[in-house]
Ligand binder design. Structure first.
Ligand SMILES: [Zn+2]
Length: 84
């Protein structure tokens, strides 16, 4: 196997059912993006029912940030506004 090759496996049936439930749960919800505070690239997508904290690595700059999905809202000019 080459060094950068990603090994992909079959999804177990119970996990596949959970993924299907998640897709059903977001049906009709709006999706918004939270940008990386360092480079402003869209880092995570969150749906209307998102609550809690998420740690994510920015795909552009590689920095890791913790996002409060409930309190970080998009402002009217479509940039992320940090509310704390
Ligand atoms: Zn970044």
């Amino acid at each position: 196997m080459r060094k950068n090759e990603v090994k992909v496996r079959e999804i177990p049936e119970d996990l596949s059912a959970k993924l299907d439930e998640a897709l059903e749960a977001i049906r009709g919800q709006k999706k918004r993006f939270i940008k990386c505070p360092f480079c402003q690239r869209n880092t995570i997508a969150v749906f209307d029912d998102a609550r809690g904290h998420v740690e994510a690595k920015c795909p552009r700059c590689g920095r890791i940030s913790v996002f409060d999905t409930f309190r970080m809202h998009r402002s009217v000019n479509k940039t992320v506004r940090f509310t704390y």
